[in-house]
Structure formats: C-alpha cells, structure tokens
Design a protein around this ligand. Structure first.
Ligand code: HDE
Length: 717
C-alpha cells in the first residue's frame, strides 16, 4: 500500500476501531452485564406481591449499582462542550517546514475528533455565556495522535501557568455562596483581572462579540502559543496555528445571548449537531504563521508571550489544509465526555516553544485526566486510541483493557528479544528539538513580557464603531455588576491605558470619576522581593495602527449555509412565496422554520394545508437569523393582532437581522414601531426587503446584520 493510501485508510481504521466498541441493542435480548437474559425489567424480586424486596435480586442490584456510579467529575475548566468527527485534508507538501507525515502531500486525509466548549460554566450551564470557547482537535495521524488544543481567541489572560488556578478560581462561582454560574460579571473575576495588567489584551477580546458566537462553525480557532515546526533536516521554524471558518465569523448580540440562554441553553450544541445531521458540514481551513529562528527577535513583542498575537500584516497566514466535520458522535459520554486532549500529544515535525504558559499546560492535562477518567489507562478508551499500534512496558492499573502477552515488561530485555524496540529518527522516533539553553534558575519574568497595553490598543483600534460600542456595553454590564468601587476604579485605570474615550464612557456609566490614577500597587503580580518599577508596562505603542484580521466585520461570507430563517404564518396564508423561499434556502444549505400561533396543520389561502413546526410560545425570535412575512389577508390581520407576533418582528429588527415580506403593506409589519423607524430613517431600512424579491432577501440573509439600525433608535423590547 502506498503511503497516501495508507494515510487515507486511517479514517476507516479510526471508524472501524470505534465500531468494534459500539453496541446496538437492535434485535437483541436484554441481558445483565454477565450476559444472562433478563425476564422481568419492570419489578424487583419480592417476597410475595406486596412483600419486602429480596437481596438475591442480582439484576436489580447490578442495575442500581451501575446507575449510582454513572457520573464522573466534570472537567475543571471547559466542562460544557460538544464534539464531532471529521477529517483534515492537506492542501500541499509542507516538507520545507515540517516532517509531520500528515502534512506531506496534497490530498492526504487524517481523521479528527473535535470538541468545542465554554470555559467557566459547569456541564449543565448555558452555551451562550460570555466566555472564551475551547477549540480542541485530535488528529489521528499515521505517526500517532496530534492534539491542537486551542481557543477561539488568539491570546490568553496570563503569561505564566502558575497563575492559572488563580484565574480560574476568580471566574468560577464565588466560593462562599456558589454564585454566579457561567458568568464573569462578578467581583472576584474583576478583582483578579484589575490586579493583572497582563490580562488587558485578552479582556478586550472577551468583551467583544467573539465571546458570544452564533455557531461553533462560525468562529476562528487559534493554537495561541508559538510552537515549532521541524523539517527532515532538523531545521526549525516558529509556528502559530489558526483555524478559519468557511462560514465567516459571526456572533449574536448580548441581548440575544441572554434571551437564548433562557429559550435554548443548548443553542450552540444543537446547531452543531443539526448542521451535521442536515449534511451542512462545518468546515475550517488550517493556517500557519511561520517565523524563522533568525527572526525570533525582530518583533516588538516576545514570541513566547501568550498575551501577544503576530499581526497578520507582519506575518501572513498561510493556508495549508481544511477540516470537515461530517459525523456526529454515536454516544455523548463515550466520545465527547471521555475524549482526553493534551497539548503535549505531538508527532515528529512539531515541537514546543518555551512559552511558560504552554510549558505549564504540559503538566496539567494528564494530571487532571487521571482523576477525571479514573486512572492511568484512559488512553485505551476508544475515542482516545491512536490509529497506530501502541507497544510499551507500561502495565496494569485500573480498568486495563490490553492483555499484554509475554514475559518481559521492561527495557532493555533479552526475555522479549529486546522488543518493543526504540525507533531511530529515520524510523519515525520522536526526538525533541535540541534547542540550546543556558541561564540561572530563576522565577523572574522576562522584561520582554512587560508591555501589557500595546496590543490591547491595537485590538481596540482595529474594531469598527459598532464593535467598539459592543465592547463598551459589555464592560458596562460586567463592571456594573461589580460591587466594590475600588475594583471598578482599577478597571477604569486599565481601560485608560487602552483608550481614554472607552474608559470615560464606561466610567460614567458605573459612576467612577476619571481620570483614575494608575499606581504601581495595582500590579500585584510582582514577586515579594521585586521592585515595582521593574514591572511597569510602558505606554501603549503598537507597531502598526490597525489590523483588519482582528475585526469580525472583515471576516464575512456570501454563504447562508447554516442560517435558520423564520417564517410567520397563520390561517389563510399564501403558500407561493414560502415554497419559493424554501427551495432557495435549501439549495444554499439554509433552513426555514414555519411558525404560527398554534401547532398542527393550517389551511392556506387556496385551501391547501401546511405543517407548523413551532408556535410563537415554543420558540423565540432570537433563535433565528432572519424573518420572512408571506402575504395573506386573513393571516396578516390575525398576526397583527397577536402581541407575540409583533414582538417577534420588533426583536428581529432590533437585532439588526434581515426581514423580508411579500407586501410592504403587511398589517403585521405596519403595526410595529420598527416600520415607523424604517419610514423615518434611511439607516434603519437596510436589510428590510419590502417587495417580495426572494433573491434580494437571500442576499440580505447572507449579509446577516445591518448594524446601522442600532443608530436609528431604541426599541422597547
Ligand atoms: Fe486548558 N485545560 N489550560 N487551555 N484547555 C483543560 O484539561 C490548563 C489553556 C483548553 O475539550 C483541562 O482535560 C492550564 C490555554 C481546551 O476536553 C486542564 C492552562 C488554552 C480545553 C487545563 C490552560 C487552553 C482545556 C481541563 C494555563 C488555549 C478543553 C480538562 C497554563 C490554547 C479540552 C482537561 C476538551 C482543558 C489546564 C490554558 C485550551 C485543567 C494549566 C491557553 C480547549 O488540564
């Protein structure tokens, strides 16, 4: 078999491996775990019909014991997530930079399993919390598993792993009362952040709409840390990893996020599941930024500092492959819950840098998985197994599956003929990059890590006016919920370093007087014997003014794939335009959902009947991307008198989404305040298609948001 055929068959190998562990009770008898067939699963064994239960009932005891032990500890961070299977396909030979086998030939496919997650909330929390999203990918390569364990934002809050427990303690529910769940808007989080100036850049990202994505398939992914590629001659390049979504980067608004959390807390997980079921497979391209060793120090930031990006203007992102997610897990627990990622799962050709956050992560993942998955054999769980053979002298432990035959369990040995043997580099043995290191043992932080504001400023300056406004609103919400004035003041002092107008606007809203003087005591991330002067960040001076890639508004798409269009109807509706819209939407991978005051079937204008999928009480406008109002005199009149229908339209307008209608005279439309705003203000009319032109409406759906409406006047919804 050629190397390529070999690699392409690995997708099948992974699926086969999973299938051999997959059980399906179809046409089978119910049995105990020992395989004995069960005759009665409805009643316990009793002494007489009304008598006491009997210990001897092994079926009852086994069933109840297993149930009692069904739960495992949730992940300490990233507890809530959704997973999907798929494949990665290389676009070209990357041999010049890396010898990693899965990147050597265009067309090589590698099976992957991906898990998207929120960070702070527990397993049962809402998908739409304002939070970072995890973006973890396990590549089952022919050289072993490679895990790219990233986030949807390219920087992190802290520079050194030793601060991670503090960061997470501060954002989790407060320890005295366990409140709030999955929210950063509380004292302890902002207390910590206000004392950690290095977090300022990340705070800008988390306060932006990137923290409330519309879909897991509409967000970017980043490896964050600088890694190394190593080619077959041993030559290294620094590398940063990027995932670029085919569907562009889209988010919901904070008002929607809060309403979605009540209406459908599984919104993002359902969206991922449903798109895959519908055949609308989420797709991302993998990009790399490559920097030669010689250029390590040519930037005004340190490549090892995880609070910094390399602006794409300085080093462009080279697209090297794509990932398609095309299969839902067969079992949430077995796959999504038990999958164990680790940034230290590498293959030859990919190596670490000395980023102190990355280095600390290398310890944490196995350590936490040992307790979460109950022992040292979790690599044997089907979802975690590589497609390559595993042979070593590790033995025994809880739940060991492999039956390691033979006398020898050590190396070197004669009893086993010296097997399993070590692999030379030309045989695919992993050899760490021989980076020269020297220096005193020290707990110091490099001075090259001390600029905390330049890139926060770069990020803020790169946002559109609407994006800036949303950041300000997010800060007003979050800091408005902080009860200690000193914390609020310290945060305003941080914001002053980024942008005076932003700081003033937020300060005014939360009742803090500006300017707030930032003093050295603010930065408590100084060691006990450190001189505060040595730890001061200088004034923000980004080397470039703006970077287009940082604004979501510049990462758009013409596609309406994955969008859900609401159609409001009632008895007497004209079905023609619905059918036209349905065809068009379907052909472009979007969905329409027919919503009426009640469920069941309703009669159309010409006495046909249509099925209703949702009622105005069982759904909400915030769960849809666009709205269409077909004509029908009777239905229009009825809907215009239904307050829930009027609210639906007003909210769609307020959230700046496309609204189309067959007839601009629609009574329902005319009875909204939105219609008045559109009549009186040109800005408000963008994205409102009044003439029944389906193609024009679909274009508006692709455009997605018409932010100018936010300036047209507030709606009381
Ligand atoms: Fe993680 N992180 N992390 N993290 N992380 C975990 O491992 C940790 C960090 C990320 O879907 C844990 O198995 C430390 C950055 C993702 O299963 C734990 C530090 C980035 C996931 C852990 C970080 C991540 C985790 C909890 C600072 C983006 C979910 C459960 C030094 C590059 C993976 C687990 C999944 C999960 C530790 C910082 C991404 C505790 C100590 C930066 C996507 O080991």
């Amino acid at each position: 078999m050629s190397k390529k055929e070999n690699q392409q068959s690995s997708a099948k190998d992974k699926e086969k491996g999973l299938n051999s562990h997959t059980a399906n009770g179809e046409d089978q008898f119910l049995t105990t775990n020992q395989g004995a067939r069960i005759n009665d699963d409805q009643n316990t064994l009793k002494a007489g019909q009304r008598g006491p239960s009997i210990m001897e009932d092994f079926h009852f005891r086994e069933k109840m014991t297993h149930f009692d032990h069904e739960r495992i500890p949730e992940r300490v961070v990233h507890a809530r997530g959704a997973g999907a299977h798929g494949y990665f396909e290389a676009y070209e030979n990357m041999g010049e930079y890396t010898k990693a086998g899965f990147l050597q030939e265009a067309g090589t496919q590698t099976p992957v399993f991906v898990r998207f997650s929120t960070v702070a909330g527990s397993k049962g929390s809402t998908d739409l919390a304002r939070d970072v999203r995890g973006f973890a990918v396990k590549f089952y390569t022919q050289e072993g598993n490679f895990d790219l364990v990233g986030n949807n934002m390219p920087v992190f809050f802290i520079q050194d792993a030793v601060k991670f427990p503090d960061l997470i303690h501060s954002v989790k529910p407060e320890p005295h009362n366990g409140i709030p769940q999955a929210a950063s808007a509380h004292d302890t989080f902002w207390d910590f952040i206000s004392l950690m100036p290095e977090s300022t850049h990340m705070v800008m990202w988390v306060m932006s709409d990137r923290a409330i994505p519309r879909s897991f398939s509409m967000m970017e992914g980043f490896g964050i840390h600088t890694f190394r590629f190593i080619n077959s001659e041993g030559k290294p390049h620094f590398v940063k990893f990027h995932w670029k979504p085919k569907l562009g980067v889209n988010s919901v608004t904070w008002d929607e996020a809060q309403k979605i959390s009540g209406n459908d807390p599984d919104f993002l997980r359902r969206d991922l599941w449903q798109s895959i079921e519908d055949g609308n497979y989420p797709e991302f391209e993998l990009g790399v930024q490559l920097v030669s060793e010689e250029d390590e120090h040519k930037f005004d930031f340190d490549l090892l500092d995880p609070t910094k990006i390399i602006p794409e203007e300085l080093v462009p992102v080279k697209i090297i492959g794509k990932m398609v997610l095309n299969r839902n897990p067969a079992n949430f627990f077995a796959e999504t819950e038990q999958v164990a990622f680790h940034p230290g799962h590498l293959v030859p050709g990919i190596d670490f840098s000395n980023d102190p956050l990355l280095q600390g992560r290398l310890f944490s993942y196995t350590d936490t998985q040992l307790i979460r998955l109950g022992g040292p054999n979790f690599h044997e769980i089907p979802i975690n197994r590589p497609v390559t053979p595993v042979h070593n002298n590790q033995r025994d432990g809880h739940m060991r599956q492999t039956i390691n035959a033979g006398q020898s369990s050590y190396h070197p040995n004669q009893t086993g003929g010296g097997c399993p043997f070590q692999a030379a580099m030309h045989e695919g043995g992993y050899a760490h990059y021989a980076e020269p290191v020297s220096g005193n043992k020290t707990k110091e932080r490099s001075k090259s890590f001390h600029d905390h504001y330049s890139q926060a400023k770069l990020f803020y300056n790169s946002q559109t006016e609407v994006e800036k406004k949303h950041i300000a609103n997010a800060l007003k919400f979050e800091l408005g919920k902080v009860s200690m004035p000193a914390i609020q003041e310290r945060m305003i002092a941080q914001l002053q370093e980024v942008d005076m107008d932003l700081a003033d606007e937020v300060a005014k809203h939360i009742g803090v007087e500006t300017p707030v003087k930032l003093d050295n005591e603010l930065n408590q991330s100084i060691p006990a014997d450190g001189n505060p002067e040595d730890f001061q960040s200088g004034p923000a001076s980004p080397s470039i003014e703006k970077s287009a890639a940082l604004s979501m508004e510049h990462i758009t798409t013409d596609s309406i794939q994955g969008r859900n269009i609401a159609v409001l109807v009632a008895e007497g509706i004209n079905i023609d335009s619905i059918e036209k819209l349905q065809q068009k939407a379907k052909s472009e991978g979007a969905k329409i959902t027919i919503i009426a005051p009640t469920l069941g079937k309703i009669k159309t204008m010409d006495n046909q009947s249509i099925d209703i999928q949702k009622t105005l009480h069982s759904t909400a406008s915030v769960l849809f991307d666009a709205l269409y109002l077909p004509k029908g005199t009777k239905s229009d009149e009825l809907l215009s008198k239904t307050p829930a229908a009027v609210l639906f339209v007003e909210e769609m307008f307020k959230h700046c989404k496309a609204i189309g209608m067959d007839d601009m005279g629609s009574l329902l439309w005319r009875s909204t305040r939105s219609a008045q705003l559109v009549d009186n203000n040109e800005n408000a009319s963008e994205g409102i298609v009044l003439n029944g032109e389906i193609d024009q409406f679909i274009k508006a759906v692709a455009n997605y948001r018409f932010w100018k409406r936010e300036e047209a006047g507030d709606l009381p919804v």
